[in-house]
Design a protein around this ligand. Structure first.
Ligand code: ZN
Length: 317
């Protein structure tokens, strides 16, 4: 498709070229089985469309991903949509290597064993504190994005979701999903589980405004209870930034994400896997803020852009 194409109204040419026609044939019914779009990424400056993921839902809980769509709202609950042509993702051959083999004490760790046995018994609430203890031990020995660390990080996120701690589970999923995608591959079952988990948590919370309000409360509790450089505070505040961004509150979003980048850089280092995730989120927020070109957000956008370029690539420091 190298030929320059005009778009199919109301989509612009490039959005049309990267998608195929799609007919809405099943508007959400009252049966409890329906479909729901989630996410709001890759906003096009030309036609205003954005990419959203469609899930088949049962009782509003997503259970199957039906693909990604480019959407333009047309008022009320109506929209026009085109299905995004997904570029095939190169499968990661085999499982990534972990440094855990050099640390047999981690596999013998009683916390980890207890956590696994509760998890297998479908007792995620019981498993959670043991996974948290096992994670602290792993992070003291292994890299934050070692495959063996990431597996336990994912379990902590899932355990928080299962126990109704939606805000903090969203914060964990958002941190660990890009790490899982990079280390295991985007199509790996662990990455898919993380995507399913964050979507489920978001549907329970119900929209960016409720999510931002929930995370504002969580960050307030963190701020009064935790040290400045506590990783939980950085993680929750980054999630608050993303929720504010999704709700169109650009300046507060940039402030929250900036705080996480600054603290993570100071406490963990510029090339720590968590710092990289926060930097990427701040960069994305800058792009959204710059694309919106709302005058009152420009100082915050420029300050964040300066922070990202001043600190440069992680290898510069
Ligand atoms: Zn477009």
């Amino acid at each position: 498709m190298s030929e320059e194409r005009r778009g199919v109204y109301p989509f612009c040419g490039s959005c049309t070229a990267s998608s195929v026609a799609w007919r809405v044939n099943d508007p959400a019914g009252a049966t409890g089985i329906g479909r729901r779009f989630y996410g709001h990424t890759d906003i096009c400056e030309n036609c205003g469309s954005s990419v959203r993921t469609l899930y088949t839902t049962f009782l509003w809980i997503p259970f199957a991903k039906a693909g990604r769509f480019r959407i333009i709202p047309t008022g009320g609950r109506t929209y026009v949509a085109r299905k995004v042509i997904d570029t095939p993702i190169v499968a990661v051959p085999g499982e990534p290597a972990s440094a855990i083999d050099a640390h047999p004490e981690l596999e013998r760790d009683p916390s980890y064993r207890q956590a696994e046995s509760y998890w297998e018994a479908k007792e995620p609430g019981q498993a959670l504190p043991f996974y948290q203890a096992a994670l602290a031990l792993r992070e003291s020995v292994l890299e934050a994005d070692d495959p063996a660390t990431l597996r336990v990080r994912l379990r902590v996120a899932q355990g928080m979701l299962a126990t109704g701690n939606y805000g903090r589970s969203i914060a964990w999923f958002e941190l660990v999903t890009p790490q899982l995608a990079r280390v295991f591959g985007a199509q790996h079952e662990l990455t898919r589980s993380a995507n399913e988990g964050v979507t489920g948590a978001r549907l329970m919370v119900g929209g960016p405004r409720s999510e931002a309000s929930l995370l504002t409360d969580i960050v307030a509790v963190d701020t009064s209870n935790l040290a400045t450089y506590d990783p939980q505070l950085m993680r929750d505040r980054a999630a608050l930034g993303r929720a504010l961004l999704a709700g169109g509150e650009i300046t507060p979003a940039l402030e929250a994400l900036t705080a996480s980048v600054v603290d993570a850089t100071a406490a963990l280092g510029a090339d720590h896997p968590d710092t990289l995730v926060y930097r990427a989120a701040l960069g994305e927020a800058c792009e959204v803020g710059a694309a919106r070109t709302r005058k009152r957000d420009l100082p915050a956008v420029e300050a964040a852009q300066r922070l990202l370029s001043d600190e440069g690539a992680p290898t510069d420091k």
